[in-house]
Design a protein around this ligand. Sequence first.
Ligand code: SF4
Ligand code: SF4
Length: 115
Amino acid sequence: VIMGGPMMGLAQKDMDVPIIKGISGVLALTEPAAILEEEACIRCGRCLEACPMFLNPSRIAAVVRSEDVDPLPGLHVLDCFECASCSYVCPSNIPLSQMFALAKAGAQRRKQQAA
Ligand code: SF4
Ligand code: SF4
């Protein structure tokens, strides 16, 4: 179950959450759609072509996975507005925009701690 629509919504871990005013939609996927297996990046470049902010989603994802977050500001991860176009076109079903939402939250936290 995804709350907030098919592109920018968030997958719910369990159903003990309220539906509040700001929820634009609730999407209940059928089982085959919900269990798309993530595979390795094949460097096809589709995510780069799809990004309206001209970011490099595959590179950002590799950095996020490496846990060495220092290069993230240089890759302009904070410019990502989580449209999920990259996730949608990725043939490897990599949850790119979800990874970037977490990376952005981490980057904001570090920025606040440094201030
Ligand atoms: S679209 Fe997916 S598989 Fe292709 S380069 Fe981007 S992350 Fe890798
Ligand atoms: S989610 Fe972020 S990185 Fe992916 S296409 Fe949208 S703006 Fe670009």
